[in-house]
Design a protein around this ligand. Sequence first.
Ligand code: PGA
Length: 250
Amino acid sequence: MRRKVIVGNWKMNMNLHQSQKLVSEILNGLGKESKVELILCPPFTSLFEVNSLIKNTNVKLGAQNMYFEESGAFTGEVSAEMLKSVGCEYVIIGHSERRVIFNEPDELINKKLKAALSNDLKPIFCIGELLENRENGQTIQVISNQLNKGLDGITSEEIKRITIAYEPVWAIGTGKTATPLQAQEVHLFIRESVAKKYSSSVGENLVIQYGGSVKPENSGELLSQKDIDGALVGGACLKADSFLSIIASA
Ligand code: PGA
């Protein structure tokens, strides 16, 4: 049985004070027996503080990005080891905002995945097609390409520590959500591709989250699809009540 994983991607939101407030509201509203794995990904500037607030809870900490080099003259970048030192267990890699706004190519994303894995971080590897890809019938081709290039050289032991997030770019922050069937179709393709590259048991155990305008009104139906194992939530994770409703629906 795959676990359900809900990730809150705060993006470039929440200063230190706002982060403290949001985390305490989330912790106050969480059921004690929640079976859902919950991962918070605040901005770098709040990681240390959020880590201390979630100590002694089951909530996990993740970062939104990292660089693949270990240290050195890379102004403005943060290494995997730095993230570990402030309590991160997870790191989002290849988010479409990194790919589109900051021009991150698949080759860079592949290096980041490898660096995260060799530093014992668990990557949340994001893939997804643009609107024009979907309209031109190229969704599967784009996803396949991102998977092949992103996972190039990743071993069958390493893939077990990777979570994949399918995020159609046209659904991110737009209010447009993929229908549960559109999402399920791509999730199944991802699972089958990973099974073919590695093994059927790796495919079967792979956690694949959906992301793109997930909100309390649609999370239940999305999460009830056979191959949707969780959600990567942006906008709706910035308010404790909507985030808690999404967690409850999982
Ligand atoms: P959204 O963002 O929920 O605001 O669409 C999701 C994401 O980009 O991870």
